[in-house]
Write a protein that binds this ligand. Structure first.
Ligand SMILES: [Zn+2]
Length: 315
């Protein structure tokens, strides 16, 4: 589909997974004055204010002082072979304590600044935020309830009970997001399904989405969600692209799904509204009092990809 830049993608760090257990090497990396630290505070990221907000990272003495406040440091990877990147969670501290260390930068909601972040910055932030979120939620062993300890510089937690020693690896939650299309049985025009949830900002309409359940293929999940939410049976399901979605730790898997002629009967518990739109209506959606997801989301890329097909096939 989609020859577009998706937010939270384009990361260039080498994750250097084979070095995560090399404590000697990692300790040297932590002392490296060129090393970079990405702090996260209560799901917020550090932003430098300027003409446009940009990701603020810490280095040198400043990184050292902030690192001292963190219980745990996670290793993100290497930049251009020799510059180590780390991240830490400062959520256990009050903002007042942190502010003097941050040199005029401030913690901001990621979704408010993501459109301003440079290429690759969003990818680093998504990585750090999702990984640190996982740590915050896995401080105790799911098998026996004992505390867990961070290992492999943040890419593993092990239960501290010597009789258990359960290993937990960071998890990503897969979400399918699908643009359902069909040929309108009355007019013969291609149409796509856009829906809105009650809690969304006013006027926003988007593709359907839902979590993949245990024991499901991605294609099963697409078919189930479309049937549950819109009462539609879809036949052809085609994978398009994926996008890390750090709210808190998902992976969006984007699909196109082709529906048959069955009537649209959406679930009012899940959706406030769902309608079929022709291409010309999607192209002038603002005039209908509606809006699409922001550029950079996979939802928007799916919609734009479908619109662009109209330019080439005359539909
Ligand atoms: Zn345990």
């Amino acid at each position: 589909m989609m020859n577009v830049a998706l937010a939270y993608t384009g990361g260039t760090l080498d994750r250097a997974a084979n070095r995560r257990s090399d404590e000697l090497w990692l300790s040297a990396g932590l002392r490296d004055p060129s090393g970079v630290l990405v702090p996260v505070w209560r799901e917020r990221i550090l932003v430098a204010n300027g003409d446009r907000p940009r990701l603020a990272t810490l280095a040198g003495q400043q990184a050292h002082r902030v690192r001292e406040l963190a219980d745990e440091i996670v290793f993100l990877g290497m930049e251009e072979g020799d510059r180590p990147w780390f991240a830490c969670d400062l959520s256990f501290h009050d903002e007042d304590r942190l502010t003097p260390l941050l040199d005029g930068c401030a913690f901001r909601d990621l979704n408010r600044v993501v459109t301003h972040l440079g290429a690759g910055e969003g990818a680093v932030v998504a990585y750090a935020r999702s990984l640190l979120h996982w740590h915050r939620r896995h401080r105790f062993c799911g098998a026996c309830g004992t505390r867990t300890a961070l290992e492999a510089r943040g890419h593993l937690r092990i239960c501290a009970d010597p009789g258990c020693l359960s290993e937990n690896f960071p998890r990503t939650d897969p979400v399918v997001i699908m643009l359902v299309t069909r040929v309108d049985p009355d007019s013969g025009a291609p149409v796509c399904l856009l829906a809105r949830q009650r809690q969304w900002i006013p006027g926003l309409v988007s593709a359907l989405a839902g979590f993949v359940e245990p024991g499901e293929t991605l294609e099963d999940a697409v078919r189930r969600e479309v049937l549950e939410e819109a009462g539609l049976r879809v036949d052809v399901v085609r994978y398009e692209a994926s996008q890390p979605w750090p709210f808190p730790a998902s992976l969006m898997l984007g699909f196109r799904a082709e529906a048959g002629d069955s009537p649209l009967t959406f679930d009012r518990d899940e959706l406030e509204d769902a309608q079929w739109f022709r291409r010309e209506d999607v192209a002038r959606i603002r005039t209908l009092g509606l809006r699409l997801p922001f550029r950079g989301t996979i939802a928007r890329a799916l919609i734009d990809g479908w619109l662009a097909e109209g330019d080439t096939d005359g539909g």
